[in-house]
Design a protein around this ligand. Sequence first.
Ligand code: NAD
Length: 338
Amino acid sequence: MIRVGINGYGVIGSRLADAILLQKDMTLVGVSKVHADYVARHAKSKGIKLYAAGNRDEFTKKGIPVSGALEDLLANIDVMVDCTPEGNGAKNKSLYEKYGCKAVWQGGEEHDVAGLSFNAYANYDSARKAEFLRVVSCNTTALIRTLYPLHSSFGIKEARAVLIRRAADPSETKKGPINALEPDENIPSHHGPDVQTVMPEIKIRTVAVKASTTLMHLHYIEVELDKKTGKEDVLNVWKKHRRIAMFSFSDGVRGTAQIMDYARHMGRNRGDMYETAVWDNLSISGNTLSYFQAVHQEADVIPENVDAIRAMLSPETSARDSIYLTDTSLRIGIEGTI
Ligand code: NAD
């Protein structure tokens, strides 16, 4: 059993904890948390062991027992998945090194934190036995999910994407905008270079806009392929990848609201949509393919984190087997149109 710890139990950490509990080859030793709040209380009610990342007294005062401090968790695990807020995780590297445990960071950290950025489809094998790994962000994960199969099958000359990003996660009330659209001042945005941390061989340019919504990012993508290709060929390649889910306007899927509704109909944990959702009304003109896709930012990196752990610690498991185990445990790609 791979002994897993999670540092930071927020949007990503809490979802990952539930996913780890479903893996037959992993055990969740515990999660570390700063505040003794309703989320800590709920974790405890599920039997998850809590470790105090900050002041332990806060937990004692509120009657939420903890199993120790963050250091006690570090002493008993093979790998720590750092899910602390964006920009904070790199500060923990020396601590993980001190305790000799492997570590996985999230996309809010720079590539340099681990020197190796990860996506299960694109570079599982290069992560084998790695000490440190970074799972790329929700947007970058979604871009790679659809671009990697295109590149493998048809070759990509150049990709361009417009990313319309959710302003805040549903539980956040301090971020915005709440009634505006905000273009990213950086043209191109950082997302293209982030894709290149995993797929350095492709040329990609992105721009981003923040929109007043809390669920899902929407991408418009144009890809110049190396060879002329038909719509059916593209759809057939994507359909082989369970982490891509196809949706149709003709089925009433007009936008992100229906995709999130679909995830709730499926009875997914927290109503999560792990797959990158792609509309099947592709357009092909010459060698240029155009499509829309949407990504549930709270959920799509969860299967990638599970695979990252196996890549680092389970030498006998192939990429294909790991992805299958993860997808089956999370019910990815086994129902309905998906
Ligand atoms: P979050 O704010 O929801 O959760 C972070 C948790 O860490 C909170 O519970 C917070 O109390 C705790 N924390 C704060 N400081 C800490 C510390 N010093 N030690 C331990 N815990 C601490 O953040 P999140 O959205 O889950 O993001 C985590 C990482 O995942 C970031 O790198 C982010 O960029 C990345 N990510 C986020 C999303 C998303 O849409 N939320 C998607 C993909 C990747």
